[in-house]
Design a protein around this ligand. Structure first.
Ligand code: NDP
Length: 323
């Protein structure tokens, strides 16, 4: 029987159970894939905890890359043996995953399985944040929190490629070095200093055009205070906890600023949009302009340790589970 990581009752990392599961066959519109690498994302923690509730029991994980082993009815464009990657298919922490063909993309030659399994979810996120949620312009100054994280390192690189000046925040010296290597012009140790006054100083009192905030509870107030008038706060996650309800007048007082709380699904709403973003990401990896840092590889059986490290702020870049 194939193995997978299953959640039977929501909870901490101990809720992850590495177990035998029934062998699957693909239904209409689906592919069966031998998983080569499964990506670990913060959303997996929210699912595991029940913060984003799912019917129990469920197979965890959204993302991976591997080789098609069977093709379901009504699928066109894919064949057994094809290398594919995907970003939004529950049950990806597994030796074998059933993936909707409409969410799968072919992996170009020249992109290895680990990179393909690491790129899509955080890469598509970084892409929509920087190109669409607030499209960073040349000479904008933007603030990226957790700049050495999975989304963070990609976002810094894509922001620099658009000509923006990037201020990053991180919690360790090693993370600071990584954020600078990715292109961050300034890096603030937000574990040591109050970052909002630092941002003011670095922008001659003006503030930034946009803040990309995936940290949430601990950064939100400072993010609002870092914006220039009519700036945009893109709140895209809550790795430190959820932001409490908010009085809209706070946006007025912060300088007639904008707040958005986007999700990836809304920004890959059509196949065309998904192909556009994916195509740009793979092209950037292939021409060497986008580096995908794999900060840790764990055997599938050790998914629990991967979650402990991610939630313990001990990781950089992307974590992979290898079946
Ligand atoms: P990261 O690799 O960025 O890991 C989280 C980082 O957050 C940590 O490394 C840490 O960096 C920072 N952090 C700050 N406070 C805490 C805390 N109390 N506990 C844990 N981490 C903390 O994860 P991902 O790249 O997978 O995801 C980043 C964020 O993006 C998440 O909030 C995720 O939910 C969100 N996301 C949102 C999407 C969307 O479309 N809305 C899609 C994908 C991801 P440091 O040590 O430097 O502070």
């Amino acid at each position: 029987m194939p193995k997978a990581v299953v959640v039977r009752a929501t909870g901490g990392p101990e809720a992850l159970e590495f177990t035998d599961v029934e062998a699957k066959s693909p239904g209409p519109g689906e592919l069966l894939v031998d998983v080569a690498a499964a990506g670990v994302n913060f959303i997996d923690c929210y699912h595991r905890e029940g913060r984003y509730p799912l019917p129990l029991p469920f197979g965890l994980g959204q993302e991976g890359a591997g080789r098609v082993s069977a093709v379901g009815p009504d699928v066109t464009g894919f064949a057994v043996g094809d290398r594919v990657a995907w970003a939004q298919s529950l049950g990806s922490y597994a030796e074998q995953a059933v993936v909707p063909a409409k969410g799968a993309v072919p992996v170009p030659d020249g992109v290895d399985d680990d990179t393909a399994g690491a790129l899509l979810l955080q890469g598509l996120t970084a892409h929509y944040l920087i190109a669409s949620a607030y499209p960073a312009q040349k000479d904008d100054t933007v603030l990226v929190h957790a700049a050495a994280g999975g989304v963070g390192l990609l976002l810094v690189q894509l922001a620099k490629a658009r000509g923006a000046r990037v201020i990053g925040t991180v919690s360790t010296a090693a993370k600071e070095e990584l954020a600078r290597e990715a292109g961050a012009d300034e890096v603030i140790r937000y574990d040591q200093v109050d970052f909002a006054p630092e941002v003011r100083e670095l922008t001659d009192g003006v503030g930034v055009a946009a803040v990309y905030d995936g940290v949430g509870a601990t950064t939100f107030d400072g993010s609002l205070a870092s914006l220039k008038p009519r700036g945009v706060l893109v709140l895209f996650g809550a790795s430190s906890g959820a932001v409490p309800p908010l009085d809209p007048m706070r946006l007025n007082k912060a300088g007639s600023v904008f707040l958005t709380r986007p999700s990836l699904a809304a920004y890959v709403a059509t196949r065309e949009e998904q192909e556009w973003r994916t195509g740009e990401l793979f092209a950037a990896v292939l021409d060497g302009s986008l580096a995908v840092r794999i900060g840790g590889r764990y055997p599938l059986a050790e998914a629990r340790r991967a979650h402990e490290d991610l939630e313990g702020r001990r990781t950089t870049g992307k974590l992979l589970l290898i079946p």
